[in-house]
Every structure is written in C-alpha cells, then in structure tokens.
Design a protein around this ligand. Structure first.
Ligand code: 13P
Length: 255
C-alpha cells in the first residue's frame, strides 16, 4: 500500500459466529495483542454482539461495525435493522454487499446502493464488498464486473462522502475456501477498483480510498498480500475469530 496517502485498515468479519459471552472473551484476548497497531482495526460482528463488543472495546483502538443494515430509517421490514439504530448505539462501521448477502439473501447491486446511501446518511463508514465468482473469472469478465459493481453501489455518493467508504475486493471463490488470490491477482483487481474510483471522482479521491482484499487472508499470507501497492488492508473472516492470527495480520499491516 501507499502509506504516504492511505492508512491500512484490517477489519474482521465474524459472520454468524460468537455469542455475547464469546464476544467479550475474544475481544479481551485481542485488545493487548493489537493495541500498538499502526493501522485501523475494526471488528464487524453479529447484531446481537454489538452492545457487548462496544462495551468491551471502550478506551481501546478497536472500532466496531455491523455486517449489514437496511436502507430505510424505520418501517414495516420485519427482521431488519436500520443504519440509525446502529449509530445510536455507537456502531461506526458497516459491511455492505458481502457476497454471502448477494448469494443467499437476494442482495443486488441496486439494494447495495440503497444500503450504502442509508449508511452514509446515518454517519457510518461503509465497507463495500465487490468480487467475482469463479465462473465469472473464467469468463474473463472480472474487471468489468467489479467496476460495474463499484459504480452501481456508489451511485449518488459524492466525492466528499468517499472519505467514509472503504472498498473490499473479495473474490467469491476465495472466501472460506482456503484458496487465496495470489498477491498479483489481488493487486490487479484492487488497481482496477482504484481506477474506477478515479474515473468517478478523480485521481486524488482514488489515491485516498482504502481498497482492502478479503478471501482466506490469514497469518501466513497477509504480509505478501499487504505488500502490494494497491492492497490497503484486509477483510478477514475465519482468521478474525482467532486472536493471535488476527493480531499477526494487524502487525503485518502496521509495517
Ligand atoms: P475468509 O477469510 O474466512 O475467507 O472470509 C473472507 C470474508 O468473507 C470476509 O468478509
């Protein structure tokens, strides 16, 4: 990454894991391990763990995020959570458009855009996920697809608001599979994303935007991935549930 203009952000995505008691214990274990980080440290946790996570991270350098939010402020949307509900309780980040939401819960580029808008309006920092399936990679459409996902998701987002947008490139075929994109593959797509931001908002916004990589990033491969010029951090699934492994990734991003 280019440390002169961007600060790396390592974010955990706990997905549907951890009870409140487990949340408290894991964060207590992590806090001393990441306290000297020279990068942003974020944990995105299930809704039911948010209060416990916020309480446990008070006074530390760990910020808390949710894993999704709805696009409306309130209303007849049984089972959903609004962005305002999150900010009111002290949540600062939110993942939007994760491929698991797209794959299992009918999320589309259009609803991703609506959720991004709502999250920014409520003052949250968005971690916007984009990425191709294996089939799409084999069809040779990765660049076009990721550029399109990025453009649609950012519809109606101003250059100034981009300060609160992080983009996470997560190739679907690398998530939870142990199959990591090579450092070159990750850098190539992250670069395409930065070019897309440049086309939308200009060079200086593109240079300042944090573009993460996610997909089987772990304690063993983080350093090589994070050494790439366009990889500004990571969105970490499995390894974010292990304090030691997560802290090794944070240390690699702090170098
Ligand atoms: P894994 O790190 O478990 O592959 O998950 C990546 C991910 O989906 C993070 O959002």
């Amino acid at each position: 990454m280019n440390k002169a203009v961007r600060k790396a952000i390592i974010a955990g995505n706990w997905k549907m894991n951890q009870t409140q008691a487990q949340t408290k214990a894991l964060i207590e274990e992590m806090k001393p391990l990441v306290k000297d980080a020279d990068c942003g440290v974020v944990l995105c946790v299930p809704y039911t763990d948010l209060a416990a996570a916020i309480e446990a991270t008070k006074g530390s350098n760990i910020k808390i995020g949710a894993e999704n939010c709805h696009w409306a402020n309130s209303g007849a949307f049984t089972g959903e959570i609004s962005a305002q509900m999150l900010t009111e309780m002290g949540v600062e980040y939110v993942i939007i458009g994760h491929s698991e939401r797209r794959q299992y819960f009918g999320e589309t580029d259009v609803t991703v855009n609506q959720r991004v808008r709502a999250a920014l309006d409520a003052g949250l920092t968005v971690i916007l996920c984009v990425g191709e399936t294996l089939e799409q990679r084999e069809q040779g459409i990765t660049s076009e697809l990721v550029a399109m996902q990025t453009k649609i998701a950012l519809g109606g987002v101003s250059a100034q608001e981009m300060e609160k947008v992080i983009i996470a490139y997560e190739p679907v075929w690398a998530i939870g599979t142990g199959k990591t994109a090579t450092a070159e593959q990750a850098n190539e797509v992250n670069h395409t994303i930065r070019e897309t931001i440049g086309a939308l908002y200009g060079e200086s916004v593109a240079e300042k935007t944090v573009v993460q990589y996610g997909g089987s990033m772990n304690a063993g491969n983080a350093e090589e991935l994070l050494a790439q010029p366009d990889v500004d951090g990571g969105l970490i699934g499995g390894a974010s549930l292990k304090a030691k492994d997560f802290s090794v990734i944070v240390a690699a991003a702090s170098k």
